[in-house]
Design a protein around this ligand. Structure first.
Ligand SMILES: [Zn+2]
Ligand SMILES: [Zn+2]
Length: 216
């Protein structure tokens, strides 16, 4: 795998593959996808969490490889990004409120950071799986929002937690979050605090890692 500062993850449901964020660089994204045996052409939906370059930077190059996709972007995105998606031959959907993306997959809708950011919620039989890009609106706020929207317990939180105070670990326990996979912009100290508290429920996450969720 090639590594760099950024975040991208592919979600595989029984129905389809969804690309959530594209990292900062499409060459790295496409290289790593191929290494993992995921053809860029197998993706039909792309969801972009927020406007920062380490999440949206790989989008243009990805669309050059596969324009047969719908890109779910925060409605607040600048016109230049919307024009770029159309120029490449793809479609976009502007997301403001919460909505369904696919069977089992929902977005929280835009939450304010700054910037506006959307996170994904997967409705698994084990409970909710929340996937965040950078969590600018606050990781605890996002988890609360997911619980409130779906009215279910949270099984796993994956992604960038944006360097929250250490007290986040206790708040996660209070919210009943069962497993954590903090990555990207979480911060080393917080990640270590999660590792200590969650033990076997702490999942090491980073480039090339695959998390398989079995229905219990
Ligand atoms: Zn960001
Ligand atoms: Zn980021």
């Amino acid at each position: 795998m090639k590594t760099s500062w950024g975040f991208a993850t592919v979600i595989k449901t029984p129905k389809e593959l969804i690309l959530f964020d594209t990292g900062g660089n499409s060459e790295i994204l496409l290289f790593n996808m191929r290494k993992l045996g995921i053809s860029p052409l197998s993706i039909k939906k792309v969801v972009i969490s927020h406007i920062h370059g380490d999440h949206v930077g790989g989008l243009e190059g990805f669309l050059e490889e596969n324009d047969n996709v719908t890109v779910f972007i925060p409605a607040s995105f600048p016109q230049s990004v919307k024009d770029m998606i159309i120029d490449k031959g793809a479609k976009f959907v502007e997301v403001s409120g919460p909505r369904k993306i696919s069977d089992f997959v929902y977005t929280t809708g835009e939450l304010y950071g700054p910037p506006e950011e959307q996170s994904l919620i997967i409705d698994s039989k084990n409970g909710l799986i929340v996937i965040t890009g950078c969590a600018h609106p606050g990781i605890v706020n996002i988890v609360k929002k997911a619980k409130e929207l779906m009215n279910k317990d949270v099984y796993l939180v994956v992604g960038g937690f944006h360097n929250p105070p250490i007290s986040v670990v206790k708040e996660f326990r209070e919210l009943g979050v069962k497993k954590v996979a903090p990555s990207h912009c979480t911060g080393d100290l917080v990640r270590e605090a999660f590792r200590e508290e969650y033990k076997e429920d702490f999942i090491e996450y980073g480039v090339g890692k695959i998390i398989e969720v079995e229905n219990n």
